[in-house]
Design a protein around this ligand. Structure first.
Ligand code: FAD
Length: 369
């Protein structure tokens, strides 16, 4: 079989590219080292519940074209992300909004809330923030910082807030309306029946062959020789044998349990914002689809330092890593037959709508239409 493309990775980037290439009559071979398709948006059914195996995924975008594009492959429900924070048993609405301020301080009007924040910011006497703690306090005051930011952020990064650089938090969204919708985007939802079907449909063309449990690096030389063009969505530093150094990530461990009860926490996402609870959040998957099954599935998320062999989830886009990435990117430009894409190929945190947008841009460049 003669292929036009080898696509490494069945995540959204690789799958959108494969779908569009097949639509244009191209033959595509797609490989993935995992034993399933769909990369990190993979969902698996357990007891009738779609379980987000690699963390909660909520689709949201302001871009009508991308919303229409993804809706070709699944019907979306009207899920609105409204996470709650659990601080030592006290429950607060997120993102920080009038409901949060009312619970914290008993304030009722936006003016009262603004005054309270301003009073705490002033009392902290912070000049130019030198670390994350000072930055957060200068943005939202001491109470919100202590109860809702500090513990969560320290767990996420595995470091004290006073040891983290201020630039990590450029702004903290504060909303002076009684609105618990986490995202500001026009379009938002969860595909009814899970995300995997989206990728299944994208890869369903007769012109596309999928091979799972196939690691690119087991046959790198052979692939480079036999395919005229390669779309590579794995780690860019691994492709170049880590010659400029290893790019760093934060990783996560997921602990999933099936519980013999109908409703464990009453919300899809609950963040644990104290420092002592070892996980950052608990996801109760059925609530993404308003499920009424007799059982429930929950997942605890434990952040951890990434080591080679772990799943790389969040790129650490600090100065040191960005500098290393730039060297890889420049080297990649010398390989016109290889398109580096997706969150690992571009070493960039992409939301789903952004990765679809990036893949469609790559398609336009490749096919000039
Ligand atoms: P991936 O989905 O990672 O796909 C890459 C694929 O390449 C993988 O299947 C991998 O196995 C394969 N691969 C890698 N190396 C090799 C190799 N050597 N050989 C063969 N195959 C290989 N986005 C949102 O819009 N909303 C959310 O709520 C949201 N929540 C998220 C929560 C978490 C915890 C994380 C980590 C991400 C979240 N995202 C969310 C982002 C979303 O997951 C990404 O935008 C999207 O999955 C990126 O797609 P991708 O194709 O770039 O990468």
């Amino acid at each position: 079989m003669k292929y036009d493309y080898l696509v490494v990775g069945t995540g959204l980037f690789g799958s959108v590219f494969s779908y569009e290439a097949a639509k244009r009559g191209k033959r595509v071979k797609v490989i993935d080292k995992r034993n399933h398709i769909a990369g990190n948006i993979y969902t698996e059914e357990i007891e009738g519940i779609q379980v987000h195996k690699y963390g909660a995924h909520i689709f949201h975008t302001n871009n009508r074209e991308i919303w229409d594009y993804v809706n070709q492959f699944a019907e979306f429900n009207r899920y609105t992300n409204s996470p709650v924070a659990n601080y030592k048993g006290e429950i607060y609405n997120l993102p920080f909004n009038m409901n949060t301020f009312n619970k914290l301080w008993g304030v009722v009007t936006p003016q009262e809330a603004k005054e309270k924040i301003e009073e705490q910011r002033k009392a902290a006497h912070i000049g130019k923030p030198t670390n994350l703690e000072e930055q957060a306090i200068s943005l939202v005051g001491t109470d919100i910082y202590k109860k809702l930011v500090k513990g969560y952020t320290e767990k996420q990064w595995g470091r004290k807030a006073t040891d983290l650089p201020a630039f990590i938090i450029k702004r903290l969204p504060v909303r002076f309306t009684y609105d618990n919708n986490y995202f500001n985007d026009k379009y938002q939802g969860i595909p009814i029946g899970g995300y995997t079907q989206i990728v299944e449909k994208m890869l369903s063309s007769e012109l596309i062959d999928v091979e799972l449990e196939a690691d690119f690096f087991n046959k790198k030389e052979e692939y480079l020789e036999s395919f005229p063009k390669i779309i590579y969505t794995g780690m860019i530093d691994q492709f170049f044998d880590y010659q400029f150094g290893t790019l760093e990530y934060r990783s996560l461990e997921f602990e999933t349990s099936l519980l013999d009860e109908e409703n464990y926490q009453g919300n899809a996402v609950v963040n644990y914002t104290d420092a002592e609870t070892p996980y950052t959040r608990i996801i109760e998957h059925k609530h993404f689809e308003f499920g009424t099954q007799p059982k429930t599935v929950i997942t605890k998320e434990y952040p951890k330092t990434w080591e080679k062999g772990d799943e790389p989830y969040y790129p650490m886009n600090d100065e040191k890593n960005n500098r290393i990435f730039k060297q890889y990117r420049e080297l990649a430009d010398k390989f016109p037959n290889i398109i580096f894409g997706g969150r690992l190929g571009m070493y960039k945190y992409y939301d789903m709508h952004q990765v679809i947008g990036a893949a469609l841009t790559a398609v336009k460049q490749e096919f000039k239409n």
